[in-house]
Ligand binder design. Structure first.
Ligand SMILES: [Zn+2]
Length: 149
């Protein structure tokens, strides 16, 4: 890749308004919906409260805590399905974790720079913003992962 091509490298977000900041390489936070009426949280964000017992449904967008605790995990030993673009021979087993945030909501994501045997239930992890992969158009897809604290 030439310098000019590198400068033209485009980045796209996994989705608008899902996390902050939007630049890869930094610690981040997931953006969720919080119902001010019943206190429930939802992710991805929602225009309404999904608690069937909630009557007011007064919702707001909030950035969740950056640090959460691994409740459970799995070893993704095969490449994820499309639209993820990765060659099977380039894939390394990657832990996928379900992280319980202090707000009580669980967020699922891949661990960053971590082998499956380095993950344990109860460990603290930090939300981070990373390039997840380069798509077939050559654009870097930016999303969240978790790193060890
Ligand atoms: Zn509610």
């Amino acid at each position: 890749m030439t310098e000019a091509q590198a400068a033209e490298q485009k980045r796209v977000l996994l989705g608008e308004g899902l996390f902050t900041p939007t630049e890869p390489g930094e610690d981040g936070q997931i953006i969720a919906t919080h119902c001010k009426s019943c206190g429930d949280y939802f992710f991805p964000r929602s225009f309404t409260c999904h608690n069937p017992e909630c009557e007011e449904r007064d919702v707001e967008d909030v950035a969740l805590s950056g640090v959460g605790v691994v409740d459970t995990y799995s070893d993704m030993s095969y490449p994820p399905p499309p639209p993820y673009v990765v060659k099977k021979e380039d894939w390394v087993p990657t832990p996928v974790v379900s992280v319980r945030m202090p707000e009580g909501i669980h967020i699922i994501g891949m661990m960053d720079d971590c082998t499956p045997d380095e993950v344990s239930i109860g460990m603290q992890v930090q939300t981070v913003i990373r390039v997840l992969y380069t798509n077939k158009n050559g654009e870097e897809l930016v999303g969240w992962k978790f790193r060890k604290v």
